[in-house]
Ligand binder design. Structure first.
Ligand SMILES: Cc1ncc(COP(=O)(O)O)c(C=O)c1O
Length: 449
């Protein structure tokens, strides 16, 4: 154990050459390799991965099919700038995404290298198509770290400090959090209360006919896996229809089977005009896509969104193989029952530790377990969450936090029941140790965003 700690520690203490701006401090993992749902550190210690590299490893780490596709492609062509050439694989991937995304209408695709850039594309296409200047996103949202995507985001001051002014013309509306609803409020009432705030904006300071697009995470990831009432998403969609505003969704974190459906918007019964996809699309290789109605995707013209490496052939090969694996291994179909299984386990855990676990939100293999100092006040308990994260890390389970106090559960979708059970058992042990006051963490170190 000491030996294992000292390796990572020695590495860190040797002095980092990577800017702290690129790092989010959780645990001292010196990652070496990974297979399936297991990650190994430099000392060969295995961790059950409940993070899936931030939801980029939905098909599991180093899936043999994905690895083989990358190897094969790397011998044919490493790169030829896709915006200057035609590449049949890229066309096939576009075709595949058009077929897999909701909407019985003509669609086209624009590729980028990161989720952030897919959302940059969203801003460009929405403004170009509508000729309108303003966009709406939501508090708690995370859409990326480039200037436009960061402006759309609103989940961390640390991510915005010292960088202003940001992109003009973006408004944030409040996102409904069912855990923090008013006493006695139904889902529909909660939805209406939040829709009313948008209606108020449209009546008082934001002319709806000047709004190009509403961009939303149908389930907010970095805000703590927040699942809004269905009536909110439907009401929002209707408002967009009423004013000719494009309805766009960010599926970068929650898409590709994570929630037990292929897309998280599929839980809400509405069809978006634009959808951003990334992360697991190419099993974590740098590739993202914006899929949208053809007329919107043709509104910018050449070269409105062209990059040297967007649609790189290795990434494209990885994406095609990843989509094959999702289909062949029926990962979406398997995720729904696995999700129900863990949800029950989390609810039992909550019943055992009701003074610590304020809320459990789970849809598919996608959960937020919210820790509070007091279930009455719902005050966030970031220290307790850091302690659980630290205990789990010491005991071979990788799980990080969201918003400081929410445990993030997003394992690879192919994880076995056996590994899930092992992880759940260690989680139970972690809460028991927390309850007995046995876990120590440094009080002055801020973990997470
Ligand atoms: C919902 C969502 N959108 C966008 C992004 C940004 O993606 P990237 O980090 O690939 O730029 C993320 C990344 O965490 C995300 O979770």
């Amino acid at each position: 154990m000491m030996e294992e700690e000292s390796r990572a520690q020695a590495f860190i203490e040797a002095g980092e050459r990577i800017s702290s701006a690129a790092r989010i401090n959780y645990v001292d993992l010196l990652v070496d390799h990974a297979r399936g749902a297991l990650v190994y550190d430099a000392d060969g210690k295995a961790y059950i991965d409940l993070l899936a590299s931030a939801s980029t490893a939905n098909v599991g780490h180093c899936h043999p099919k994905v690895v083989a596709a990358i190897q094969k492609q790397s011998e044919r062509l490493l790169h030829y700038i896709p915006s200057y050439s035609y590449q049949s694989q890229l066309e096939s991937l576009a075709e595949r995404l058009v077929d897999l995304t909701p909407g019985d209408f003509e669609k086209k695709v624009s590729f980028s290298t990161s989720g952030s850039e897919a959302n940059e594309a969203m801003i460009k296409f929405a403004r170009a198509y509508t000729g309108r200047p303003y966009l709406i996103s939501f508090t708690g949202a995370y859409h990326g770290s480039s200037y436009g995507a960061m402006t759309l985001s609103a989940c961390s001051l640390n991510m915005r400090r010292k960088m202003g002014p940001l992109l003009p013309g973006i408004y944030h509306m409040p996102y409904p959090d069912p855990y923090r609803r008013q006493a006695g409020e139904s889902d529909d009432q909660l939805a209406e209360r939040y829709l009313d705030q948008i209606r108020l904006a449209f009546e008082t300071y934001l002319a709806p006919e000047e709004v190009a697009c509403v961009l939303i995470e149908p389930i907010q990831g970095d805000a703590g896996i927040v699942i809004p009432p269905q009536a909110f998403i439907q009401g929002l969609y209707e408002l967009c229809q009423e004013y000719g505003i494009l309805f766009a969704v960010d599926e970068i974190n929650q898409g590709l089977g994570r929630t037990g459906k292929l897309w998280s918007i599929d839980h809400f019964g509405v069809v978006p005009d634009l959808m951003a996809i990334g992360k697991s699309l190419a099993s974590g290789l740098p590739l993202s896509a914006l899929v949208g109605r053809s007329d919107i995707m043709e509104s910018l013209g050449s070269p409105g969104h062209a990059f040297t490496s967007a649609g790189n052939p290795i990434c494209t090969a990885a994406a095609l193989a990843t989509l094959d694996v999702i289909e062949e291994e029926k990962l979406v179909q398997k995720t729904a029952p696995n999700g129900a299984y863990v949800q029950e386990a989390f609810q039992k855990l909550q019943a055992k530790y009701p003074h610590i676990i304020g809320d459990v939100r789970c849809l598919g293999l996608n959960a937020g377990i919210e820790l509070v100092t007091d279930p009455e006040t719902k005050e966030r308990d970031s220290q307790a969450a850091s302690k659980i994260m630290t205990y789990l890390f010491d005991h071979g389970v990788l799980m990080v936090t969201l918003m400081g106090n929410v445990l993030r559960f997003q394992p690879p979708l192919m994880i076995s029941r056996d590994l899930l059970d092992q992880a759940l058992e260690r989680l139970d042990q972690a809460f028991a140790a927390l309850d007995r006051g046995e876990i120590q963490v440094a009080e002055d170190v801020e973990l997470g965003w």
